[in-house]
Design a protein around this ligand. Sequence first.
Ligand code: ADP
Ligand code: MG
Length: 244
Amino acid sequence: MDNNMPVISAKNLNLWYGDFKALKGISLDVGEREITALIGPSGCGKSTFLRCLNRLEIPTGGSIKFEGVEVDDDHIDSVRQKMGMVFQHFNLFPHKTVLQNITMAPVTLKKKTAAAAKEQAMALLERIGLADKANEFPNMLSGGQKQRIAIVRALAMDPEVMLFDEPTSALDPEMVGEVLDLMRDLAKEGMTMAVVTHEMGFAREVADRVVFMADGKILEEGVPEELFDRPKDPRLQDFLSKVL
Ligand code: ADP
Ligand code: MG
């Protein structure tokens, strides 16, 4: 692969819900090992954009490439295997144990043997200190534990990119730290990540680049110091005055 090729390249993405324009010409590249934080007011299109990247939403116009390959119906299965996604509300399967949650996709989609998938799942659970929860059901876990399991479930597919949509927004405050710590570790290990977040401290510390969206558009992007300390766009200035 061309080393300069972005992992994800979105060009002039549009998404309309009927007459309502949720995305109005979003163009964004995510480079290998780059951590991109997406910030902006509620309803500005952050989730919609992230969901377009793995085709949970189908753009009305524009193009998305993953490692140079068009993300369309023909290629989406292979793209999804390389893109892990973590949601605000965890989305664990409630009737499956923690271990089953983690091993299911590797076995069915990646054709790993049950034994290999279990071994990997247990190693991931060890890593986050939750090996003793392997045979529990999700409703026995705290929000922070559920979200960390959702993250390792995505990691079990050996993704090349991780997409996070407000992974800490549904958590009680005392559990935010454990999830951000795990994400920080992934970033340090060189995972390519796009993170929609309201955690400005995390964005400043971990992101290579911060992208500010409002009203379906990218209004400003830059390195964290620049964007947080010297915001240019008045809407970004206003947004930061409310969240910082
Ligand atoms: P954010 O994640 O930034 O809060 P979203 O991407 O969820 O924003 O939503 C962007 C806009 O699109 C919002 O105004 C939302 O109400 C609208 N929207 C999202 N999904 C749908 C849908 N399925 N049908 C109609 N409008 C939608
Ligand atoms: Mg959202």
